[in-house]
Design a protein around this ligand. Structure first.
Ligand SMILES: Nc1ncnc2c1ncn2[C@@H]1O[C@H](COP(=O)(O)OP(=O)(O)OP(=O)(O)O)[C@@H](O)[C@H]1O
Length: 775
């Protein structure tokens, strides 16, 4: 069931930045609970300088945040509710609106300590006590105005130094993943997309080509889905790290520039979208006719708008020294971007205005969503099915008063808009398939983990063993070399020296070649002359055997390591394939459940209609007692019914022509009063005329008639009117009378006259030439 929910609007003032503090600017706004108003002393100044024409009023919102409030505080107060509702199938949108440099990106994306100008300022203040004191004494943030400087120092709005302030998106993701764990009975599937509207063109921030210029995407309209971006890439998310890496990738592709108002100003509107799907498998689903699982689907939008700005600010900026060096085309780019930003924000305001009027004006108000891509994409969030939160960010200084006022008015109007909110919950029968996929993925994940852990341990073990073997080999070789040196020094009597030496040299030589092939450097150190001097003895040959077997073992270990690596790669590949399969299965499931839903609705309608007809038939049969009649009686009744129908048709037909006839015979101006001739005859009628077809198909019949012919006064001898009546049919006889062998005997009874019967409009009552003589 849907319920009405107003758009939730909050206001957030940012602290003063370095530039403002240096310019002796102050905060001119008073925040008390959920309202803001201009401080009286500044109201006076504004009225005197005619920047205000009327005494200022207060503005009330759902929340008002002071400069000292952190992003976490803002998120807990307004964002949490929307994010948690998405887990139950409610769509949600959180967006930041405000002037350039007022803190929209800071609110949505957060800031690293180095990026944050205000934090920078705080860092300086905290680091150097004397400067800190000095800054505080001049900081308009800490005192109501320069005239109050010495007397009333206000408590400073301090953002903790050294702490990275996470944005609403990051906080929402943390919260989302933490809460997903609280519902083990539900299986969640998350996907994300990230787009940018730059100069009224839509770009995919996560596409492969985004790094370069990116493809321009189009916005299409679907009768069920509404507006959607065609070709926008959607990415499956398995962990919070993954989604954050997507966010980082998108941020790096987003367009920023330095302006006079903000050294890191967003030049585009961005929308980060999370699709949250949950599937809950019912325990006793066999008995549930609606299905065996419940699926919730929701969309969470995080919108960071580019800020409205005055083109004069950009121009003023280029005249300043730091930007004078910039090429002219960079200013042109900034101006073009600024114009596009302002235009799309203007259309957004227009939509907000119309939506706020919708409830007061009874008639269907047209909402101009189609004017810009931004309003098309935000359609469901503005006046649709979504829990929507707008954070209006504002600059608290006197110099930006007009821009802040415009933001306050925007918020004031937006909070009157009502959305129709409904959870997107469906039951379907595809749960088993999904469950099987999910189970497979879990199993594969476990396998992969085990393989990775086990594989890693095995690889480490093998590397360790290899190291040990290498050390032992080198020791043995060293030992052999030492022994052979000793043997050379003390020759053993009775051993044929050349043959044993040859053998030893040959075997060690093979070993050295083997090892050289494996890149064992330490063997390269053995110089040829030394090996040639080696002598063979029993110990040496045993050691060499062991060396050889160790070498083989080493090779085996290497092969094992390679196999394990291959196995790991295969598992990773199969994981990727399964992921794709799951994605496809999900899409298929969605399509199936949509189709099923449509069929269900259709079936329900038909069923209802059938039921209705059956009820009516039963009622009629009961009322007239038809159900008691035999089929023979029913047939008779049917015949009687059709006969009666014919009779009624004939009667109607007859009446029509009688009327026409009487009209003609009583028109004194055209037709003589007394009949000229009376004729009896047989009439062959062709019932093929326009009006006659209703009484049957083309047919011919004959009937006896007696009719009178009247002379037509107007057309004299050449015209006549004739009429005839019979029991069955009455018709007006017009047109060609064809005479057959009835020569100049008008009084003679005509036994046979062929007459064409029909209704002719033109010419009325004209007779053919050859009929004149017997008239
Ligand atoms: N509440 C805040 N606390 C601390 N620093 C803030 C706050 N709001 C904004 N800032 C700082 O002010 C500067 C401008 O903010 P930000 O870039 O978010 O403005 P913006 O409204 O997104 O501007 P643009 O529309 O030009 O992109 C940044 O350095 C930001 O870190």
């Amino acid at each position: 069931m849907s319920r009405s929910e107003n758009i939730h609007v909050s206001l957030r003032f940012r602290p003063l930045n370095t530039r403002e503090i240096d310019d002796y600017e102050s905060s001119i706004w008073n925040i008390s609970k959920n309202s803001v108003s201009i401080k009286p002393e500044y109201a006076q100044i504004l009225l005197e300088s005619k920047r205000l024409t009327r005494p200022p009023k207060g503005y009330t919102y759902n929340h008002c945040f002071a400069p000292r409030d952190s992003n976490q505080f803002v998120y807990d107060a307004i964002g949490k509710r929307v994010v948690l509702a998405s887990l139950e199938g409610y769509n949600g949108t959180i967006f930041a609106y405000g002037q350039t440099g007022s803190g929209k990106t800071f609110t949505m994306m957060g800031a690293d300590e180095d990026e944050n100008e205000v934090n920078e300022e705080r860092k300086i203040l905290n680091a150097t006590p004397s400067l800190k004191k000095d800054r505080r004494s001049v900081s308009p943030l800490f005192r109501p105005s320069s005239s109050f400087q010495k007397t009333t120092p206000a408590p400073p709005a301090i953002i903790p130094v050294g702490i990275k302030d996470k944005g609403i998106i990051s906080l929402a993701l943390d919260d989302l993943f933490a809460n997903i764990k609280k519902f083990p009975e539900k299986t969640y599937f998350l996907t994300c997309s990230y787009l940018e509207i730059y100069n009224e063109q839509v770009f995919d921030l996560l596409s492969e080509s985004a790094q370069f210029k990116g493809d321009i995407l189009s916005i299409n309209e679907d009768p069920t889905k509404g507006f959607y971006v065609k070709g926008l890439s959607e990415h499956v998310i398995n962990s919070i790290e993954e989604v954050k890496s997507f966010l980082e990738k998108g941020e790096s592709n987003r367009k920023y520039a330095a302006t006079a108002m903000n050294h890191h100003s967003s030049r585009s509107h961005t929308i980060f979208r999370l699709n949250v799907t949950s599937v809950t498998v019912l325990e006793n689903f066999e008995n549930d006719e609606n299905g065996n699982s419940i699926t919730t689907e929701s969309v969470l939008n995080f919108v960071d708008l580019a800020g409205s700005e005055r083109v004069s600010n950009l121009q003023q900026d280029v005249s300043s020294d730091n930007l004078k060096k910039k090429a002219k085309n960079s200013l042109d780019t900034l101006v073009t971007e600024g114009k596009h930003i302002n235009t799309s924000l203007f259309y957004l305001c227009q939509v907000i205005h119309r939506l706020s009027e919708k409830d007061t004006i009874k008639s269907e108000t047209h909402i101009p969503y189609r004017n810009s891509n931004l309003t098309k994409i935000l359609r469901s969030s503005l006046g649709g099915n979504s829990l929507t939160c707008i954070i209006c960010t504002a600059t608290p200084t006197l110099s930006q008063f007009e821009m802040t006022l415009s933001t306050l008015r925007f918020g004031g109007i937006a909070k009157t808009i009502t959305n129709k909110v409904e959870a997107n919950v469906t039951s379907n029968k595809n749960a088993e398939l999904l469950q099987a996929y999910q189970h497979d993925i879990e199993q594969l994940k476990k396998d992969l983990e085990i393989a990775q852990q086990g594989g890693k341990a095995k690889i480490d073990e093998a590397i360790q063993a290899k190291k040990q073997l290498e050390e032992r080999i080198s020791k043995l070789i060293q030992m052999l070399l030492n022994q052979s040196r000793n043997n050379i020094q003390k020759p053993v009597s009775g051993i044929s020296q050349p043959s044993s030496r040859d053998l030893w040299c040959k075997q060690v030589g093979e070993l050295i070649i083997d090892f050289r092939l494996e890149n064992h450097d330490y063997l390269n150190k053995i110089n040829e002359s030394e090996t040639n001097q080696l002598r063979f003895d029993d110990k040496g040959s045993m050691a060499m055997e062991r060396m050889k077997s160790m070498h083989i073992e080493l090779k085996n270990k290497d092969t094992q390591i390679q196999e394990l690596k291959d196995c790991k790669q295969a598992l990773i590949d199969s994981k990727a394939n399964l992921k794709n399969d799951l994605k496809k299965a999900l899409t298929l499931c969605k399509e199936l459940s949509d189709k099923k839903q449509a069929y269900k609705v259709k079936c329900k309608k038909l069923h209802k209609h059938n039921k209705n007809l059956e009820q009516r038939l039963n009622l009629i049969e009961k009322q007239i007692g038809l159900e008691k009649l035999s089929s023979e009686q029913l047939q008779q009744l049917e015949a009687f019914f059709f006969h009666s129908l014919d009779a009624v048709k004939n009667a109607r037909f007859r009446k029509k022509y009688e009327n026409k006839l009487s009209l003609i015979t009583h028109q004194e101006s055209t037709i003589a009063e007394s009949p000229v001739h009376r004729v009896n005859g047989r009439l062959f009628c062709h019932f093929g005329g326009e009006d006659l077809t209703s009484s049957g198909s083309d047919s011919e019949s004959s009937l006896e008639f007696e009719t009178s012919f009247y002379k037509n006064k107007k057309f004299g001898e050449r015209s006549f009117a004739a009429s005839f009546n019979s029991q069955d049919i009455s018709a007006l006889m017009l047109g060609s009378l064809i005479e057959n062998d009835y020569e100049d005997s008008p009084k003679k009874d005509l036994s046979k006259v062929d007459v064409n019967v029909g209704l002719r409009k033109e010419p009325l009552l004209e007779i053919p030439q050859n009929s004149e003589k017997w008239l």
